[in-house]
Design a protein around this ligand. Structure first.
Ligand SMILES: Nc1nc2c(ncn2[C@@H]2O[C@H](COP(=O)(O)OP(=O)(O)OP(=O)(O)O)[C@@H](O)[C@H]2O)c(=O)[nH]1
Ligand SMILES: [Mg+2]
Length: 296
């Protein structure tokens, strides 16, 4: 498991892990060490506010004599980070997944990866190409669906995406045990249009499949760092978000973003996506994540 994590997320961790190792090996935790830790957390995109909270707790433990050596610090930090990343836990049992996110954040790629994952678990998968805004979108999705062994339901360019979703839900009803993944457009003429469209899609699903557990997952490009929050908030306002998929984790060393997202948005991290291959997606496990982050 360690090998898998290191190989996969080596870069995602690197800014944090290697620098932390030298702190944890010291025999005394002093002011200098703490400010070095603070710098590392901020540079790893843990976020200024959250870093302050973490530092305040650790300083308290130092004052109380609970943290003396670097090893104590490691234990305390591990507990804090795990608690933060695990505030909300994502359950993977939804039959319908609505993927939302700004353009280029990795929705279509994730649709393919999730389809591959569920097909691997033995479930028939239907993908709805609800991005009818971009001409090439259904073709891109068709390639993924084909590779994953999923069925694609697509419309024509410019067709009302809600009607594609309607057709997909009709198909879904015919196939026992199926999963439905809805890929949406990341860009419309205006944000208002985009949000209205997502609301409409949400309404169709609810009306068509009232008894089926449906979740909306937001793809967030990990490379955007702290800039991703404004977008996440925007989506959060019009769509209730059930989880975050952090994408392009292979492209950044700032894995600390995981904690600031979980803490700020109070939405669980559902998956980490880290490459362009179909199997490069993993459910997010806070305990594993923190363990590997703090152990180089
Ligand atoms: N390295 C890397 N590239 C990725 C990852 N996920 C997506 N990409 C690439 O990022 C680009 C955008 O990904 P898409 O899946 O098309 O994003 P989208 O959200 O569907 O974009 P729109 O449909 O335009 O809104 C593509 O070139 C992908 O190959 C990832 O985890 N790692
Ligand atoms: Mg797309």
């Amino acid at each position: 498991m360690l090998g898998f994590f290191k190989k996969t997320f080596g870069r995602f961790y690197e800014a944090i892990t290697s620098r932390l190792a030298s702190l944890f090996s010291r025999s005394v935790v002093d002011k200098d060490l703490l400010s070095e830790l603070e710098r590392i957390l901020i540079e790893a995109d843990v976020g200024v506010g959250l870093t302050r909270t973490i530092m305040a707790r650790l300083e308290e433990d130092v004052r109380a004599g609970k943290i003396v050596q670097g090893a104590d610090l490691k234990g305390a930090l591990a507990q804090l980070l795990q608690a933060m990343a695990a505030q909300k836990v994502y359950r993977e049992d939804a039959r319908v997944i609505l993927l939302v996110g700004i353009n280029g954040s990795g929705k279509t790629t994730v649709a393919g990866k999730l389809a591959h994952r569920f097909v691997g678990q033995g479930d028939p998968v239907i993908i709805a190409a609800a991005d009818t805004f971009r001409a090439a979108a259904p073709e891109q999705l068709a390639v993924w669906a084909d590779r994953a062994g999923a069925t694609l339901v697509a419309g024509k360019e410019g067709q009302d995406p809600a009607s594609v979703v309607f057709a997909a839900t009709e198909h879904f009803k015919q196939i026992p045990g199926a999963r439905l993944i809805v890929d949406t457009a990341g860009r419309l003429q205006t944000k208002v249009n985009l949000m209205r469209e997502l609301e409409k899609i949400g309404r169709i699903i609810k009306k068509q499949l009232p008894d089926i557990r449906t979740v909306a997952l937001l793809t967030v490009d990990a490379m955007l760092g702290q800039n991703s929050f404004d977008q996440a908030r925007l989506f959060h306002e019009s769509t209730h978000l059930d989880g975050i998929i952090l994408t392009k984790c292979d492209g950044t060393g700032k894995g600390g973003i995981v904690f600031s997202i979980a803490d700020t948005l109070k939405v669980p991290i559902a998956y980490l996506s880290y490459g362009e291959r179909m199997d490069q997606l993993t459910p997010f496990d806070p305990k594993d994540f923190v363990e590997h982050l703090l152990n180089s």
